[in-house]
Structures are given as structure tokens and as C-alpha cells.
Design a binder for this molecule. Structure first.
Ligand code: HMG
Ligand code: MG
Length: 304
């Protein structure tokens, strides 16, 4: 049976952009619910400055709870990573015992400055330093490239720049490069064109799609790149999140909607849609706005 890999980013990309800050206990509860629904690949949080992203404060405590309370046999089957922007974050990752981190750079200079307070060139120096520490400590590194289909500050983004930077992430040792539609502005024709170019420089099995769903095209974009051979997609439970730098930008495409689409197509995700909907219901009591998943809304109304 055909299958895809879903990387759950709700605990990081989702929660980092919510105005409701969850406690560590609530984040851990969410983590356990996600694992129970079959999640095997996920981001646990971020080791970033809490002045910049207060919602991610306490990720060390969450990781500690995760590593201490989940049985070792189960942990072996889970890829739990933490987002790190620099060596300070990487040092925290090493100390906390995670086996995987995610690094991130941007396709435009202005987004890079706004997100991590440095130029693209400086960010590459930082991620290369992270990579040295990762290799030394046998930690896997996943790479993100942001604003690949449009930037909230610069508008159109150079496609050759996207391809060049994605290739750089791959060449410096990222085992997977996730191509980000950070503000959910990409369309299927553009996404197809750019992924076709990316496939020429990075093996398709090393590429992932990271689509936010601001304009409702995330699922269509996902299916478009799936047809090009991409089998890994990032999504966020209940479509949590947004982008602090783009007014009106919504969160990642919801995990439930992605799972529903692939399962309807007989493509296995390994995730249990009914359990995911229950997580959505639980979250709706905590997050103070309407959650995004269309399939969750439908199943809730049918009194699952
Ligand atoms: P800065 O202010 O330029 O850093 O921030 P600095 O080196 O001058 O340090 C300032 C303070 O931060 C110092 O502490 C450092 O020790 C501390 P102080 O002396 O003031 O007490 N510091 C740190 N603390 C914790 N963790 C660290 C760290 N590094 C320095 N790693 C910095 C630069 C990169 C730290 C900051 O800009 C930052 O944390 N940015 C993170 C922004 C962020 O998390 N954005 C969201 C994630 S990216 C994303 O969502 C896109 C993605 O989803 C894909 C897509 O959709 O496209 C991945
Ligand atoms: Mg994102």
C-alpha cells in the first residue's frame, strides 16, 4: 500500500503562533494524545529566545518529561525533534538528549532579519556551526527553508534562490529539506514548477512540503507535489498557528485534513483520524478561537 510520512508540527509551529500559551503539562498532554493517535514524527518545541517566542518557553522541561515518561521501546520508534536557530539552541538540544533537531533559514533577506535577526549569509554560518555540533553528537538534522512561494515583506521570491538555498541545506547534511510556504500563498502551478526544479538538485525522497493554509490551497498543493514523488508533509493538529509577520496568515494545514485526504485515496498515513478529531475537540477547550480542520468540524457535528 502506498504511504506518506506526516511530520506533526503543532507543538512547535502551531503553538509558537497562538496567543494562548499552554503550560508544560498541557503541552505534554497534547504530546501524549498525538502519540496515541499514531504520530511517529513530530517537533516537540523550540530552543529559541523566549523574548522572541515566549510560547516555546520551557521546551527543556517538556523534552525531559517526554524522555523520562515515554517507555524506551516506544521512544525508539518516534522521531522527536526540537527547532534550533543557533549554537546556543543546539547546546540545549545536546544537553536535553534529543536525537534530532531542525534548523531553519529563509529565502528572503527581510524575512531572515525579522525572524532571526541576521542576514541569510549569517544564518548559513550559524547553521553550519550547528551542523558541526550535530555531527559530533550524532544528532540528525532536518532543514527548513521559509517563504519559498512568497514573502510578506518582499512579495515575489526568486525561484533560483529557493533552489540554491534548499540545495545548500541538503549539501551541508540535512537528511530532509522541508520547503516552506510560510504564509500560505503558493498556488499549485507555482508549487509544481518549483518542486520540479528542486527535484533536479535534491533527491525527491529527501524533500518535504510544509504548507500553511491561509488561502485554502494547502491540500491541493500537497497533492500536486505528492504526484511529483514527494512523500513527506508537515502539518499541525487542528491547523494551529499563524505567522506573526503576515497579517491574516493562518496556521499549517491541519493534520486531520491531510490524513483524511490521503486515507480517502488509500494512501496510508499511520494516523488514526478518529483519535485526531478527539484531540481537536480537547484543544478547542484550550485555544480561544475556532480551530481550522474541516474534517474535524464535520465529524464533530456527526457526533463522532
Ligand atoms: P538575537 O537577539 O539577535 O540574539 O536573537 P543574540 O545572540 O543577540 O542573543 C540575545 C539573547 O538571546 C541572549 O540572552 C542570548 O543568550 C539569547 P541575554 O544575554 O539577552 O539574556 N539566546 C538564546 N536563548 C535561547 N535559545 C537560543 C538563544 N540564542 C540566543 N537559541 C535569535 C537571535 C536567533 C536567538 C532570535 O532571533 C530567535 O530566537 N529567533 C527565533 C524565531 C523563531 O523561533 N521563529 C519561528 C520559527 S521559524 C518558522 O516558524 C518557519 C518554519 O515553520 C518553516 C516555515 O513555515 O517556513 C520552520
Ligand atoms: Mg511553518
Amino acid at each position: 500500500m502506498a504511504k506518506v510520512k506526516i511530520v506533526e508540527v503543532g507543538l512547535r509551529d502551531g503553538l509558537q503562533n497562538e496567543s494562548t500559551t499552554l503550560s508544560i503539562d498541557q503541552r505534554f498532554e497534547l504530546l501524549k494524545f498525538l502519540l496515541d493517535a499514531g504520530v511517529k514524527n513530530l517537533e516537540l518545541g523550540a530552543y529559541v529566545s523566549s523574548k522572541w517566542v515566549p510560547q516555546m518557553q520551557g521546551t527543556e522541561r517538556l523534552v525531559k518529561k517526554y524522555l523520562q515518561s515515554i517507555p524506551a521501546a516506544a521512544l525508539k520508534k518516534i522521531n522527536g525533534s526540537v527547532l534550533v536557530p543557533n549554537e546556543v539552541g543546539m547546546q540545549k538540544a545536546i544537553e536535553s538528549g534529543v536525537k534530532e533537531v531542525a534548523i531553519f533559514i529563509s529565502s528572503t533577506e527581510t524575512f531572515s532579519q525579522k525572524n532571526i535577526n541576521c542576514s541569510i549569509a549569517e544564518s548559513l554560518v550559524r547553521v553550519k556551526a550547528v551542523m558541526v555540533l550535530a555531527k559530533k553528537n550524532k544528532i540528525k538534522v532536518r532543514g527548513y527553508l521559509s517563504v519559498c512561494f512568497g514573502c510578506p515583506f518582499e512579495g515575489e521570491v526568486s525561484e533560483s534562490k529557493v533552489v540554491e538555498l534548499a540545495k545548500t541545506l541538503y549539501k551541508i547534511g540535512c537528511y530532509e529539506v522541508s520547503i516552506g510556504d510560510t504564509i500560505g500563498i503558493g498556488n499549485p502551478a507555482q508549487v509544481e514548477r518549483i518542486f520540479k526544479k528542486l527535484k533536479k538538485v535534491i533527491p525527491v525522497e529527501k524533500l518535504a512540503g510544509h504548507f500553511h493554509d491561509t488561502r485554502g490551497l494547502a491540500l491541493t498543493n500537497i497533492l500536486t507535489v505528492y504526484k511529483l514523488g514527494v512523500k513527506t508533509f508537515d502539518s499541525s493538529i487542528a491547523g494551529l498557528g499563524g505567522c506573526p509577520y503576515a497579517k491574516g496568515a493562518s496556521g499549517n494545514v491541519s493534520t486531520e485534513d491531510v490524513v483524511n485526504m490521503f486515507e480517502q485515496l488509500n494512501i496510508n498515513t499511520g494516523l488514526d483520524i478518529n483519535k485526531l478529531v478527539k484531540v481537536n475537540i480537547w484543544l478547542s477547550g484550550l485555544i480561544k478561537h475556532e480551530l481550522q480542520s474541516k474534517v474535524s468540524r464535520a465529524l464533530k457535528e456527526q457526533n463522532l
